[in-house]
Design a protein around this ligand. Structure first.
Ligand SMILES: [Zn+2]
Length: 133
């Protein structure tokens, strides 16, 4: 039996992070939808199973490069979210020593020491801000 199961997944994608996410999201949506009234219920009990089907279609897919690309998109997005969260935490922790400005030119976060009065802040992209610290 175990061997049969293994053969089933031979050359197929299997459950990667994206499929697992789709699976749990689909299951959660379906389960939640059952307890909700009206439009929300039909919305969740329609799209929940669609997510579940997508999860299984991806798991049994033989087009590995395409599935790998989709999964990489999710992992990249997760990584970005984690980095942004870490940066926010760091800014909060050091908010007494440093003041943060977002560069209007390129969107980079600029960190300057507090209590220096009005200063010019030069960004790497060539933009100069004149701000009170
Ligand atoms: Zn800049």
């Amino acid at each position: 039996m175990k061997e049969k199961l293994q053969n089933l997944f031979l050359g197929r994608q299997g459950m990667d992070e994206l499929s697992k996410t789709l699976f749990w999201a689909g299951l959660g949506m379906t389960a939640l939808g059952v307890f909700l009234p009206g439009a929300l219920r039909s919305l969740l009990t329609t799209f929940g199973p669609v997510f579940l089907i997508l999860a299984f279609l991806r798991a049994f897919s033989r087009n590995l490069p395409a599935r790998e690309r989709e999964n990489a998109l999710l992992l990249g997005w997760w990584g970005k979210r984690r980095r942004e969260q870490a940066a926010r935490k760091e800014r909060f922790k050091t908010r007494k020593q440093y003041k943060y400005f977002k560069c209007p030119g390129c969107g980079t976060m600029l960190r300057v020491p507090r209590g220096k009065g009005k200063i010019h802040i030069n960004c790497r992209c060539g933009y100069t801000l004149y701000r009170r610290t």
